[in-house]
Ligand binder design. Structure first.
Ligand SMILES: C[S@@+](CC[C@H](N)C(=O)[O-])C[C@H]1O[C@@H](n2cnc3c(N)ncnc32)[C@H](O)[C@@H]1O
Length: 293
């Protein structure tokens, strides 16, 4: 019997099932990724728009030709080192999903320490509700704080206009455009303070090291390059910040694990009367400069 013609174009199926593609993709990624099998599953789940558990339960299902073509393109980019979050177009930070694009740094789990400390302080001081997030990028910090503290007002500043466009997508996505004001500017100079809380995850990788790092191949240099010793932006911010930080305000700056002593000394230099400390992460590495004025 002749099959009835479908009124819609039906995607051609291939002879490749999910299990076979996963096996081949895992082998293709083995040389370039420490998590080849997981990466392959995540890409497959994204293209099929299904949870990873669904894939395991449908390993014999065949890919359609358009799905296969899309997967092959993504696989090749991943094999060339392109970060998974850029390929997917989104990534999780502090339990929420953020749009990411090559114009912004991919939000890192290390930065969640800053968010935890900031939320803890804001909950203890319910009258302190003006915050600034300097070098906001995707606005992951600003939005995590705004969503966590409904009365908070955050000014989120970045030098990069393309980064702010991604930030705007995220403020809309998380319904906090009324709480987060996006501003293009250099550090705090374009802002009207004072702020109760100043947070910043500024670029802190020493510039000369960048060319040796995989991260610099895909993420924006403006988000990574911290000058000769990595602390140029942090020092400039510390120098300016006393004018913008309200009395008894809090400043939290993410630093690289090797910068603890230098950052502490800089903090004490520019805030001689404040309580200046360095906070370690769960692996006991110094990751946060904390200044309680
Ligand atoms: C390390 S990324 C952090 C992004 C985001 N806050 C996060 O934690 O994922 C640093 C950000 O600072 C921005 N930036 C660099 N220099 C700046 C400056 N002088 N003033 C404002 N923003 C700056 C970069 O464009 C980038 O978005």
């Amino acid at each position: 019997m002749k099959p009835i013609d479908s009124p819609w174009p039906v995607p051609r199926t291939t002879t490749i099932d999910l299990r076979a593609w996963l096996k081949r993709a895992t082998q293709r990624l083995a040389a370039s990724s420490d998590s080849a099998g997981l990466d392959a599953q995540v890409l497959l789940a994204a293209v099929l728009e299904q949870p990873r558990a669904w894939i395991a339960a449908h390993a014999e299902a065949s890919l359609t030709q358009p799905q296969l073509e899309q997967l092959e393109t993504l696989l090749e980019k991943r094999a060339q080192g392109e970060p998974l979050p850029y390929l997917l177009g989104h990534w999780e930070f502090y339990g929420r999903d953020f749009v990411v694009a090559p114009q912004v740094l991919i939000p890192r789990p290390e930065t969640e320490l800053l968010v935890e400390q900031a939320l803890d302080w804001l909950r203890r001081f319910p009258t302190r509700r003006l915050a600034a997030d300097v070098g906001t990028g995707s606005a992951a910090i600003a939005i995590s704080l705004a969503v966590g503290i409904p009365g908070l007002r955050v000014t989120a500043v970045d030098l990069s206009f393309p980064a702010l466009q991604v930030a705007q997508t995220n403020t809309r996505r998380h319904a906090c455009t009324g709480q987060v004001d996006l501003v293009q500017g250099n550090l705090l100079t374009a802002l009207a303070g004072p702020f109760d809380l100043v947070c910043a995850n500024l670029p802190y990788i020493p510039g000369p090291l960048l060319s040796q790092l995989e991260v610099a191949r895909f993420e924006p240099r403006l988000a990574l390059d911290g000058g000769p010793d990595g602390l140029v932006w942090v020092r400039l911010l510390l120098e300016d910040a006393p004018r913008w930080l309200a009395p008894q305000g809090l400043m939290l700056l993410e630093i690289e694990a090797s910068q603890g002593e230098t950052a502490l000394a800089a903090g004490k230099q520019f805030f001689p009367t404040a309580d200046v400390t360095v906070i370690a992460d769960y692996s006991q590495r110094p990751r946060l400069l904390k200044i309680q004025s």
